[in-house]
Write a protein that binds this ligand. Structure first.
Ligand code: ADP
Ligand code: GLC
Length: 472
């Protein structure tokens, strides 16, 4: 079958921008699609904080239909591993962080509106558009109903991937339609969620196909306890909903070639892992002889870090030392600071976002704890497994789909301290009875989470979306 032209839209893309797993996905899936013979253009905002060895090449400006008129946006381009990139430049993206501003919905409405113009500017008229999370969700509606679209764009099929249902992009209806320059009749469409404009729900309605980032999460979002108010809509669109498990960029995350650790290692020779642990303990002022439990996480309600914090004293009593890397909610950051001071030699932490240290922790720790309340897929457990660091995780979402209890990690059912402490105790017994632990570690490191499997699944969904609009 001939290759497709795929327009991939994401609010973050590694290595240029990243706050979490969405950046990892956008950084790896397009390259996997190119390896299958497709042409891919990734469109993302041109943040002030964009990390590129050489800056994108500015090729000119486009007029974007926005806010009742037109806004001018710059276009920057790059190419990497056969993937083309176009970055959307505007003063709204020249800020200290990617997200977290009062006008986020408006900013990303501008971004979504700019995508067709930017793609057309680089002569890329796609066969299908792949939209991710709430930030670019309105694009699905713009393709279906928008005025001022470049030639070839009206009615293009779109695939919408939900990475996290908690963040939906909610705003006031009239202003949103005005920003997006969309017809007033859309007030009563999928955009309307109990009287507010909801970007995610709009995409659930308007995209030809909807995916979540793990099969289990596709089921969970249809239940009230996971749906964050959209479970009814998910049930309603379940005929076009499926789950595709994320992969891992095995070049970025590879203990055998990782430039962030002193001595690379693999299943045949794990001496580099022992060295990584010694170096990490030295760096974080930890006693090196104890089992080391780590956290690499956004500090958010989703991740259940408060559950971990409530169990800290008992975890230390069980015998674990803790290495914590994270940033997010201020109150969690303060508690981690306090605990680090309270237990010298037993808890080491760094509050902030640090990719070097993340690699060193994945390599140097014995286990990674992930007590998530919900987890659409989760990449940190995949990374940990590849580095022979066994995940101790709540059995939810993608964690349940990717970790085999007592084989490649440890799973517990309930998001509370009892659940966590039960699993950490179990893990510790395995750790001290070394043979089983070593066998698990080998099994975890050998698991195949490469993107090639997922890329084929997306390919099938893209073709289905094309059929749905009668384009093939
Ligand atoms: P989420 O996207 O919900 O945050 P994932 O597990 O899918 O969760 O992805 C998290 C990604 O972000 C992983 O690559 C992880 O290593 C990285 N990460 C999370 N917190 C930090 C941090 N403080 N410093 C460096 N990397 C981090
Ligand atoms: C979201 C989810 C996480 C998932 C990531 C990439 O941030 O919280 O579970 O792995 O997106 O899909």
């Amino acid at each position: 079958m001939s290759g497709m032209r795929i327009l991939f839209v994401s609010s973050e893309v590694y290595p240029y921008s990243k706050t979490g797993g969405l950046g990892d996905v956008a950084g790896a899936l397009p390259a996997a699609l190119v390896r299958l013979g497709h042409e891919v253009l990734v469109v993302s905002p041109w943040y002030q904080t964009l990390r590129a060895r050489s800056a994108p090449l500015w090729i000119g400006d486009v007029d974007v239909p926005f806010d009742g008129g037109f806004s001018s946006c710059g276009v920057g381009t790059l190419e990497r591993e056969g993937v083309r990139y176009a970055f959307v430049g505007h003063s709204d993206f020249r800020r200290s962080a990617l997200y977290g501003f009062a006008d986020d919905v408006r900013r990303f409405c501008l971004f979504s509106r700019a995508v067709p113009q930017v793609a057309a500017r680089v002569d890329f008229v796609p066969d299908v558009i792949h939209v991710n999370d709430w930030h670019s969700a309105y694009l699905t509606m713009i393709l279906a109903q928008g005025w001022h679209l470049p030639e070839g764009f009206p009615g293009l099929p779109s695939v919408y991937t939900v990475h996290n249902v908690q963040h939906q992009g909610s705003s006031e209806i009239e202003s949103t339609l005005y920003w997006l320059r969309l017809p007033g009749a859309l007030r009563e469409s999928y955009l309307n969620h109990f009287g507010a404009a909801n970007a995610m729900q709009a995409a659930l309605g308007f995209a030809q196909r909807v995916t979540t980032v793990s099969p289990n999460y596709a089921q969970e979002v249809q239940r009230p306890e996971y749906g964050y108010g959209l479970d009814g809509t998910f049930r309603h669109i379940s005929h076009k909903l499926s789950g595709i498990l994320n992969g891992l960029d095995t070049d970025v995350w590879n203990p055998a070639t990782d430039p962030h650790i002193a001595q690379p290692y693999d299943t045949a020779d794990l001496s580099g892992k022992a060295k990584a642990k010694a170096a990490l303990c030295h760096h974080l002022w930890l006693e090196p002889e104890r089992p080391l439990l780590a956290v690499v996480s956004r500090l958010a309600d989703q991740k259940g870090i408060d559950i971990l914090l409530a169990a800290l004293a008992q975890l230390l009593e069980q015998g674990w030392n803790l290495a914590i890397l994270g940033s997010g909610e201020g109150w969690m950051e303060s508690l981690i600071h306090e605990a680090t001071g309270q237990y010298p030699g037993r808890i080491g932490s760094f509050i902030g976002y640090d990719e070097d240290l993340a690699h060193q922790i994945y390599a140097g720790a014995d286990a990674l704890v992930i007590p998530s309340r919900f987890e659409p897929c989760g990449l940190s457990q995949l990374i940990a497994m590849r580095y022979g660091t066994l995940p101790i995780a709540r059995a939810t979402g993608g964690l349940k789909d990717t970790i085999q209890h007592d084989k490649t990690g440890f799973l517990f059912d309930h998001a509370n301290t009892d659940g966590l402490l039960w699993a950490s105790q179990w893990a510790l017994r395995r750790y001290h009875g070394q043979t089983h632990w070593q066998a698990m570690l080998q099994e975890a490191m050998a698991a195949d989470f490469s993107w090639d499997i997922a890329a084929k699944a997306y390919e099938a969904v893209y073709r289905q979306a094309q059929k749905d609009v009668g384009r093939v």
